[in-house]
Design a protein around this ligand. Structure first.
Ligand code: ATP
Ligand code: MG
Length: 178
């Protein structure tokens, strides 16, 4: 299928700001009246901006099944289960994108789902192809795989030069970290 003129953006690296940058882009597009779809892989879906998006009619947050805890802390059975669910959700999301044809698609933490093996390349590839038929598509998260970086048009790496979790053990704060 033809990829049109839509671009693939990857926000990766170990610094803070990947998800917030993608949300910022969502707001920017919404400001031009574009329909935005946001889907979050591997997260619990409680981040503050998701509530704020309820006030923006052109931004839709796709209801992904929340994942409890970090992949590295899961046992093999939990990993297998999460993998199965993430794949099923990516397939359902692809169908939904085909039908609803959003003009910007944010696939938050897709890079992490791929790098932790919770989503296979083939499924992600098909999802990206479909999304790019509709609009610019953003994939966020640490450790973006090389194939995704090669494929992307915009690649931004955010490096953590300093973070108060490291310097003073500061815990995640509502409204700032989530
Ligand atoms: P944000 O959602 O704030 O834009 P992010 O998407 O770049 O952050 P993730 O890798 O998704 O970062 O991390 C999720 C959580 O960890 C967020 O609460 C984020 O603020 C925090 N975080 C990001 N980078 C670091 C870091 N270097 N050390 C500790 N915590 C971090
Ligand atoms: Mg993030």
């Amino acid at each position: 299928m033809k990829r049109m003129n839509n671009k693939l953006h990857v926000y990766t690296g170990n610094g803070k700001g990947k998800t917030t940058a993608a949300r910022g882009l969502a707001v920017r597009s919404a400001g031009h009246g574009r329909r935005v779809l946001i889907a979050q892989f591997l997260k619990d879906g409680r981040s503050g901006e998701l509530n704020a998006f309820k006030m923006l009619p052109s931004v839709e947050v796709y209801p992904m099944k929340p994942v409890n805890g970090f992949v590295f802390a899961m046992n093999e059975e939990e990993k297998r289960q999460t993998e199965k669910e993430q794949r099923a959700q990516a397939l359902a999301l692809r169908t939904y994108i085909e039908q609803s044809r959003p003009e910007l698609i944010v696939l938050d933490e897709l890079n992490v789902a791929l790098s932790t093996g919770m989503l296979d390349r083939e499924t992600a590839d098909a999802l990206l192809e479909t999304a790019l038929q509709c609009g610019d598509t953003v994939a966020t998260g640490r450790n973006a795989p090389e194939w995704l970086i090669q494929r992307a048009d915009y690649v931004s790496e955010i490096c953590a030069e300093k973070h108060p979790f490291q310097t003073e053990g500061l815990k995640a704060r509502a409204g700032i970290e989530y």
